[in-house]
Design a protein around this ligand. Structure first.
Ligand code: VAH
Length: 320
């Protein structure tokens, strides 16, 4: 990776990935793009920003050519809960954007990353320690688009030699930009509400386990995989990665260590609960460890402490 174009740069991952990539590869070598035309915001940032709708394949190609990029990190997509409400839009955006980005990668000989998700699994997948290679019959439109995306990335690698790489992310916990429209969003909201009102009403049931990971570990995983030795990558699209398997009560306990008055109650959202129940309780990241050295630094207690401290700082600086 030397010159990188990022789509969906204003989303939950992109908002933190772009500054980190700029630190490593240089400000002008990371081209941030998003459908939002937030020029003013990005003018205060250190590198180039372009407004881009990934449904427009020609625009994606033209920008990539203009900046002579050698890597595309394609993040623009609808998350699971929004996709379930607008399935046709999700299919068109998630698959249309992906195929446009892959076509550009093929034409310009770019290295390529796009995230898959634990959403690529379904109710017939083994629920505990879900293996790297297993049954993938998701019952959500998000999952259908993620499995199709994994297959499409494999196809572009096998057929056209595009260096496609990806991970199956679990729920990502972060303090910079909110996720928006996902099933795992509760694991971010709970920290905001704990600090703002000492109370959170969770839309996911008490005993529902899902995998989660802290954003700094997710960003390191993307960079490590992209810098990994191609000869050692056999699974490519896409690797299971995770840090913790948790139910909402686990966050409650962890937050209470710092905020003893915090209270959690429940009001289940049937759509997101059904999605969560169709996903694994825990996935097995062994193959990612073996093929490119995936590892994490944050467990539940460490990420809880960091989230609370960082959010407090954020609230203080927003107030001043
Ligand atoms: C979602 N956070 O909830 C995403 C994710 C693990 C699931 O891909 O839709």
């Amino acid at each position: 990776m030397k010159r990188i174009l990022v789509t969906g740069a204003l989303g939950q991952i992109g908002s933190e990935l772009v500054p980190k990539l700029r630190d490593i590869y240089g400000d002008n070598n990371v081209i941030a793009t998003d459908i939002k035309n937030e020029k003013q915001y990005w003018q205060t940032q250190s590198g180039p920003y372009e407004s881009l709708d990934v449904s427009n394949g020609q625009a994606l190609f033209n920008l990539s050519k203009k900046y002579q990029v050698d890597t595309i990190i394609h993040l623009a997509a609808l998350l699971s809960a929004t996709a379930e409400k607008k399935p046709l839009l999700a299919w068109n955006l998630n698959m249309g954007g992906l195929v446009n980005a892959l076509e550009t990668a093929k034409e310009l000989k770019c290295q390529f990353f796009t995230p898959s998700s634990i959403g690529a699994f379904g109710p017939s997948t083994p629920k505990e320690k879900t293996p790297q290679v297993t049954i993938q019959r998701p019952t959500t439109m998000y999952g259908v688009s993620k499995v199709s995306g994994e297959l499409l990335c494999d196809y572009y690698h096998l057929k056209f030699g595009v260096d496609t790489r990806g991970v199956r992310f679990p729920g990502l916990i972060s303090y910079v930009a909110p996720p928006g429209g996902g099933t795992t969003d509760y694991a971010v909201e709970i920290f905001y509400e704990a600090l703002l009102g000492m109370k959170y009403t969770c839309y996911i049931a008490k005993d529902t386990y899902m995998d989660m990971m802290y954003m700094p570990d997710a960003l390191n995983a993307i960079i490590q995989l992209m810098e990994g030795d191609p000869d050692k990558l056999f699974h490519r699209n896409a690797y299971n990665v995770t840090a913790i398997s948790v139910q909402p009560g686990d966050f409650e306990k962890a937050i209470k260590k710092f905020l003893p008055d915090f209270r959690l109650d429940y009001k289940i959202d049937p759509i997101r609960q059904a999605i969560a129940e169709s996903w694994p309780n825990s996935i097995d990241p062994t193959v990612a460890k073996q093929e490119w050295g995936f590892s994490v630094s944050y467990d539940l207690d460490k990420l809880t402490q960091d989230m609370l401290e960082r959010l407090q700082q954020k609230f203080r600086s927003n107030a001043s």
